[in-house]
Design a binder for this molecule. Sequence first.
Ligand code: CTP
Length: 403
Amino acid sequence: MSVLSGKRILLGVSGGIAAYKTASLVRLFIKVGAHVQVIMTPASKDFVTPLTLSTLSKNPVYSTFFNQDDEDEKWNNHVELGLWADLMIIAPATANTLSKMANGTCDNLLIATYLSAKCPVYFAPAMDLDMYKHPSTIASFTALEQFGNTIIPAESGELASGLSGEGRMAEPENIITFLEADLESKLPLKGKKILITAGPTYEAIDPVRFIGNHSSGKMGFDIAKSAANLGASVILVTGPTHLTVNHSLINVVKVTSAQEMYDACHQYFNAVDVAIAAAAVADYRPKNIAEQKIKKNTDNFVIELEKTKDILLSLGEAKKQQFLIGFALETENEIENAKAKIQKKNLDLIVLNSLQDEGAGFQKMTNKVTFIDKDFKIEPMELKSKEAVADDILNKVIAHFYE
Ligand code: CTP
């Protein structure tokens, strides 16, 4: 999945011949799952039509402060547009528009929106080779970079003037690659390795039967996705679940039993920075697994169980640099029991689920958790989607590295 997926992108188009390429650019943004709104300078409409960009972006295109077509929406609010965006890109950025951006010459909607935008701003210059090298243009680049804007350098090749050299707007595919690489390099968990356990474990009774539990695995999968979207490399050790995930940063390791999950976790634990145990691991397993299917020959049938290894406890014992997060599922004396688990399992943070809270627990789309850290600071959270709980957990991880 692209790091641009779900991002709100504001594309500012200024008036150069390369504006025709913005049709492809918008199409590529939509293809990777971004939301796009387009602002055009009046001059750019000579090179590509608003209808084209509106159709491709699936949104109205803005170019003036006043909207002649819509009685209800007379005023195109540049502040709202600026605040809507996760990132703004001016492409093509002509010498004229770059100079206005550098000097705050606010004579069109694009520049007003640029001045209102609080998000990261990128610009992809497009002009003739001598204009590109002119000290005045270089001064605009320098000023914009000092403002914190990022240049997507022009490429070399044949120019509209017939000359050949540097000044062509970067190709739309290259703009996408540039943005993805730049955003990925700035993700807060870039370079961090995170081990996550998820799902139930199945403990075999005989070749066809097992002891299991109702865990869907959703909480662990959501944590894995949230971590990967923040740039972490994830090893997701999961028990049997119908869930799947397709993310280049998530390596899924499928296991069945508690012992297999234990072995997989210890294989990776030494090399990770963070471990999050969200699996509902069986606490007991049949002492003997029948080699053949058990026949119903008796009225009563007793299975002798033995304890499984507590994976989280063993990770707490092996812990060195790792930030270790566990879950606690409690039905009574929740806080006290959770605090005891923090100490016993040598955790940095525990995520407490109380089954007394409505909306929390297995097979639900929501969760209501309380965070308790190793200093016993207690932080109750609202009932929210498991995705949002996953984001909260990852915010704790980010805080650990940066605060
Ligand atoms: N856990 C684990 N291995 C086990 C049992 C639990 O790694 N064999 C982990 C879970 O993934 C969870 C945490 O330990 O992060 C707490 O699980 P929980 O079921 O609440 O508690 P237990 O430690 O099993 O204790 P009890 O069932 O007695 O409350």
